[in-house]
Design a protein around this ligand. Structure first.
Ligand SMILES: Cc1ncc(COP(=O)(O)O)c(C=O)c1O
Length: 389
């Protein structure tokens, strides 16, 4: 008897994970790999967090049992203070929900805000999980192709031009993979448009803190109906601790609480207790951002001469997204050949853009500068035109 496998579970793979698997196979065969595919901070977690974790583990009175589903109260209050300190926004801690990474926040947010069949708009290129989670939940994904003309972000004009209204809009600033940021003015325009039209805005602010110019604005400053998602995975460098948060409008709090109780019970307790210390580790965290800035400057200087001269703005985050349409029309194959010929792992644009991703590639600059230097040395040794497919 062949048993059923659900169609909604058959979402596309996260292609960067496939690249990582191929890179691991190359390493297993005795060759080395320079990793410019992975979008995570390298090195050890911030010292203050390790200290806090050690204290919690040694504290006999700390049971490390479940917290409440919406999260550890102390952490929720600390997150609310982050908006006061960083954005001058008064926020009730009751609206803060601690989640298992921002990934866990998306699941809760989409379930709480959208019905199956709802139409949710998002930009391409963009982070693939939005599309895949929405699809698994039975929502209709409405793709808005964006490019340099609108700084790689959707605008109210894009939304007005859709043939049918949407129920939701997902934005990310700085964005993955382009690093482009919405100006405060552009974010305000989107947030206000969504509020007036009854469209639920979900603002992914996971790359806040990793910016190379002006600080990023939060949608919380412009809309009370938006859902704001953030994470400890990027600026805070706690990727594997699986912790994120969201700020939800009051009318969604109870629904999110009940969903969280049923789906995960609570986010990981040791991570929550330890993460409270990370908000005071800014000098260590900002030193990391200075490292990303130096890597970015190096790649911006060297990549154009290697043929990667059409790069998205990279105002923030730790990526460079290159249009390689003059080199290939098959970016997955292009990345495979680069990995095989010089051991540099890159992510094909197909991960981020189902329409035009075959013409793009993403460089992650989150690793050490020595990796950036080695990658450009290796890429310079192979004539990229020979990889043309
Ligand atoms: C734009 C964006 N949002 C969300 C995530 C998910 O991160 P996490 O679940 O670790 O918070 C990522 C991870 O790369 C990302 O790039």
């Amino acid at each position: 008897m062949v048993l059923k496998v659900s169609k909604r579970g058959q979402v596309p793979p996260f292609i960067v994970m496939d690249v990582m698997r191929e890179a691991a196979l190359r390493v297993a065969s005795g060759k080395d790999v320079v990793h410019l595919e992975v979008g995570q901070p390298g090195g050890r977690p911030p010292r203050a967090v390790l200290e806090a974790a050690k204290l919690a583990l040694e504290d006999e009175s700390e049971t490390l049992g479940y917290t409440l589903a919406l999260g550890h109260q102390g952490l929720r209050e600390r997150i609310a203070r982050f908006y006061k300190d960083g954005h001058k926004i008064d926020l009730e801690a009751d609206r803060v929900v601690v989640t298992t990474g921002s990934s866990g926040a998306f699941l809760l947010a989409f379930l709480a805000a959208f019905e199956a069949g709802d139409r949710v708009a998002l930009a391409a290129p963009g982070y693939p999980a939005y599309r895949n989670i929405l699809t698994a939940l039975g929502c209709e994904v409405v793709t808005i192709p964006v490019d340099g003309a609108t700084h790689f972000h959707p605008t109210p004009a894009h939304l007005e031009a859709l043939d049918r209204p949407v129920d939701g809009l997902i934005v990310a600033s700085p964005s993955n993979p382009t690093g482009s940021m919405l100006s405060p003015h552009a974010l305000k325009a989107l947030a206000e448009w969504c509020h007036v039209k009854g469209v639920r805005l979900v603002s992914d602010e996971i790359y806040h803190g990793i910016v190379y110019g002006e600080p990023a604005a939060t949608a919380l400053g412009f809309s009370d109906s938006a859902i704001v998602v953030n994470s400890f995975s990027k600026y805070y460098a706690l990727t594997g601790w699986r912790l994120g948060w969201m700020v939800v409008p009051p009318e969604l709090v109870r629904s999110v609480e009940c969903l969280a109780q049923n789906l995960t019970i609570a986010p990981p307790t040791l991570s929550q207790i330890s993460a409270m210390a990370v908000f005071d580790a800014t000098s260590e965290l900002d030193a990391r951002v200075a490292g990303y800035a130096a890597n970015r400057a190096l790649l911006l200087d060297r990549l154009p001469a290697l043929g990667f001269d059409k790069l998205a703005p990279a105002d923030g985050a730790f990526y460079l997204y290159a249009d390689i349409g003059h080199l290939t029309n098959d970016s997955p194959q292009f990345c495979k050949r680069i990995l095989a010929e010089c051991g540099v792992a890159l992510t094909p644009g197909t991960d981020f853009d189902p329409l035009r991703g075959h013409l793009s590639v993403r460089f992650s600059l989150a690793g050490p500068m020595s990796d950036m230097e080695e990658a450009v040395r290796r890429l310079a040794r192979i004539p990229l035109q020979s990889i043309r497919s």
